[in-house]
Design a protein around this ligand. Structure first.
Ligand code: DGJ
Length: 747
């Protein structure tokens, strides 16, 4: 009976997984094993071992997570920990892979439910497991009720990153309310010398890297906003001890693949056990599960690096590019783009866009993107969202003449959309005022004069998919910039029963994912950018379905150094769009040279967003040379290994990054000087990641090195002797390429 049922819920889970950003699949057979005598599961991959056991009371108990152990190392069988005091029963002192709230548990539970008879006690015991290549599925069940949780583990053999999620199935005869559901709890080795890093920010000021000592208690990282949010990003890294640089030390890290309200808690309990639990945000959560129904959590990815936080981010970048993004494992390089937003605002029209397209093509731009303003009665942000037909005054002949022109200039064409929003001043809202998130009879709080469509509704989902399908099938569009310019308020769903309304937190995001998936299937060559007023929706969930993200509306090239630095702790430069815009910049009114702006943007995926109508012939010549130089290094910058050599944080006067191609044949160095002081020279730069035994020729992308610097030297020389860069002044920048010379003179 039990076996049959497990098979059934396994099948349901697989069907559900089609709409999920996928758990990674791996090739080798040997990464997950089970020792039946000791009842120990062990996952070994890429220098990491993760192990847990089925203990004497049939609970899943973490054993080890860290550097890879020898294959003949055997873990002893697990036993529940004793009661520590009358106040801490065994259930709370024993680490648990996925704890139901029940039996006197005081530490963070993974799952909390209410049964209709008022019972809120849930104790999950191991029932069975299956290993398929690099996927492990363990079925657990409540000690008394037909309430099942499948725990899914999947390991990437190349990075050792493990994806964990849970499928919760109600096998009882009555509805159950899920009040809190995590994807996973990660347990670190017991200790008290850990520090936590996480990312915080706000609109136009995202990606601030925070560091704090982990102390007894709980730190909560979260979004209650309906989407990922600018304020916190669902990523963490935990480092043991203090280290001289960011490429040494042990680091445990993780990222949650979810674009709705989320929560990650980082806890040091009363016995110095460190636990990180993440999944749906329990705030205002209440998912009703009818008999036979299941709820699948997002995937919470976790990994370990012995090469410091630098190594952790390189593992994550590799994982994102080879396992997460839509064209993984071979993501297409990001084209050099032009975007009209900062040049024109909402004032787009056919002649204006065509003039910009001509100028963009002349500097080597590969994709021309028309931003906001082309549709409905859109003159500013007060009207038009929801009315996705071409504005006749601005484009009397539709989009075709502009798109043809862009193609004739040798570029492909991209278009801005904001599918999930509506202005009250729109035909759509006048026709369907009930389509927005709202509580009956309550105010509908506008932000940027717009409301959020309730994408959880089937009719809204069909409308949104329908207009996008129509746009893409009638126009040769290669790219959509998918914007999302506010967070939720009054998140009601009056069309369904009161006890079903809170499912909006899950169903909205699932429908968003399903639209993106369906578009990707039907239009596999169309690429999509996730933008949310800058970096408000960047996470591994949306990245599974979009090709790039917009990290921030702040395009000031100096601010961007910090923004981009923070971004790369969690996400790859290969998805990080960075535009060269006008100077003085609108954010800080800071004046910088065009070269400085280019070099700042060339650290990621290069775009241009300046008003080209105001450029001089010298500007065009500079831009053309920079775009050409970028194309020669973009594979390395976008898909290589990133080393953050000198941080721009904490008021640093300098910052330096280096990218090394995966075959180590090319290195690319970017150096920035905020302001010279006391005439000190630029600090010597020690490269990393090159092959010490190969020779590399240095060539300048911009700027010069000390006059006695060699043109060709070994990787060892560049890494150990270092490089002196000739940079002085304010807001100065330089960049260099290191190309292997093919002469293997240093065995
Ligand atoms: C916010 C985006 O981040 C900007 O780049 C631009 O597309 C505007 N929205 C358009 O309204």
């Amino acid at each position: 009976m039990t076996r049959l049922y497990i098979g059934l819920i396994g099948a349901i889970a697989l069907a559900g997984a089609a709409l999920q950003p996928s758990l990674s699949r791996a090739q080798s057979n040997n990464d997950i094993s089970y020792n039946a005598a000791m009842r120990i599961f062990r996952i070994d991959a890429a220098g990491t071992t993760y192990a847990f056991g089925i203990n004497n009371v049939d609970e899943l108990q973490p054993v080890y997570w860290g550097p890879q152990l020898a294959t003949n190392d055997h873990f002893p069988a697990t036993h529940e920990k004793p009661e520590a005091a009358a106040f801490d029963a065994s259930v709370t002192t024993t680490p648990n892979e996925y704890a139901g709230w029940g039996g006197g548990l005081y530490v963070e539970p993974a799952l909390k439910v209410t049964f209709p008879d008022g019972n809120r006690d849930l104790v999950l015991h191991y029932v069975s497991h299956q290993i398929h290549q690099n996927d492990l599925v363990i079925t657990t069940k409540d000690i008394e009720r037909s309430f099942y949780v499948e725990l899914h583990y999947s390991v990437d053999p190349h990075t050792g990153i493990i994806g964990r999620s849970a499928v919760i199935t109600n096998g009882t005869q009555a509805p159950v309310i899920i009040e809190q559901a995590a994807a996973a709890s990660w347990s670190l080795p017991r200790g008290d010398d850990y520090s936590l890093r996480y990312l915080t920010g706000r609109w136009a000021g995202e990606w601030g890297l925070q560091k704090q000592t982990i102390r007894p208690g709980e730190t909560v990282l979260q979004s209650k906003r309906g989407s990922t949010g600018h304020q916190n990003n669902p990523w963490f890294a935990i480092e043991r001890g203090e280290h001289a640089d960011e490429d040494t030390g042990e680091v445990w890290f993780g990222a949650l693949a979810w674009s709705g309200s989320w929560r990650i808690t980082v806890e040091q309990d009363q016995l110095q056990q460190i636990r990180v639990t993440g999944g749906f945000n329990p705030f205002d959560f209440g998912y009703k599960l009818l008999p036979g129904q299941h709820l699948e959590t997002p995937v919470f990815y976790g990994g370990f690096s012995k090469d410091g936080i630098g190594g952790a981010s390189r593992l994550l970048h590799r994982f994102e590019l080879t396992k997460i993004v839509p064209n993984a494992p071979n993501p297409r390089p990001r084209p050099v783009i032009y975007n009209s937003w900062e040049a024109t605002g909402f004032n787009v029209d056919e002649p204006g866009q065509e003039a910009l397209a001509e100028k963009a093509a002349s500097i080597g731009v590969e994709r021309f993107i028309m931003d906001d303003g082309w549709f409905g009665q859109r003159k500013d942000d007060h009207a038009g969202l929801g009315d996705w037909y071409v504005n006749q005054q601005k484009f009397p002949h539709g989009l075709k003449p502009l798109i043809d022109k862009v193609h004739a200039l040798g570029m492909d064409f991209g278009l801005w959309v904001e599918p999930e929003m509506v202005n009250p001043n729109s035909d759509l809202y006048r026709k369907h005022p009930d389509w927005v998130l709202n509580f009956t009879g309550r105010p509908r709080t506008e932000q940027r004069n717009q409301l959020v469509l309730n994408l959880a509704r089937t009719d809204v989902r069909e409308y949104v998919y329908g207009f996008l399908d129509n746009l893409l099938s009638h126009n040769q569009i290669a790219f959509l910039k998918w914007d999302y310019n506010r967070n939720w308020s009054e998140p009601g769903w009056p069309a369904v029963a009161p006890d079903e309304q809170k499912a909006v937190y899950v169903k909205y995001v699932r429908n968003l994912y399903s639209i993106l998936q369906e578009l990707h299937t039907k239009y596999p060559n169309v690429e999509i950018e996730s933008c949310s007023g800058g970096g408000g929706r960047v996470d591994l969930g949306i990245l599974g379905l979009t090709d790039e993200v917009w990290p921030s509306d702040n395009t000031d090239p100096f601010d961007r150094l910090r923004i981009q630095d923070g971004f790369t702790y969690a996400y790859s430069p290969g998805v990080m769009m960075a535009w060269v815009t006008d100077s003085p910049n609108w954010v800080n009114h800071r004046t910088t040279s065009l070269t400085y702006r280019f070099l700042s943007s060339m650290q990621g995926s290069l775009g241009v967003g300046a008003n080209l109508n105001q450029w001089t012939s010298t500007d065009f010549a500079t831009a053309k040379a920079m775009v050409e130089a970028y194309k020669r290094v973009r594979e390395t910058v976008q898909h290589g290994s990133l080393y953050r050599l000198v941080s721009p944080r904490d008021g640093s006067e300098v910052s330096v990054t280096e990218s090394v191609s995966l075959n180590r044949q090319q290195g690319v160095l970017f150096a920035f000087l905020h302001s010279s002081q006391m005439g000190y020279p630029f600090p010597r730069v020690y490269l990393r990641g090159l092959d010490p035994g190969k020779d590399y020729r240095i060539s300048s992308i911009s700027g010069s090195v000390a006059s006695d610097s060699p043109e060709v030297a070994s990787g060892s020389y560049w890494m150990n002797h270092g490089l002196d860069i000739d940079l002085r002044g304010d807001f100065q920048a330089a960049a260099f390429r290191f190309d292997e010379t093919n002469t293997n003179t240093h065995p």
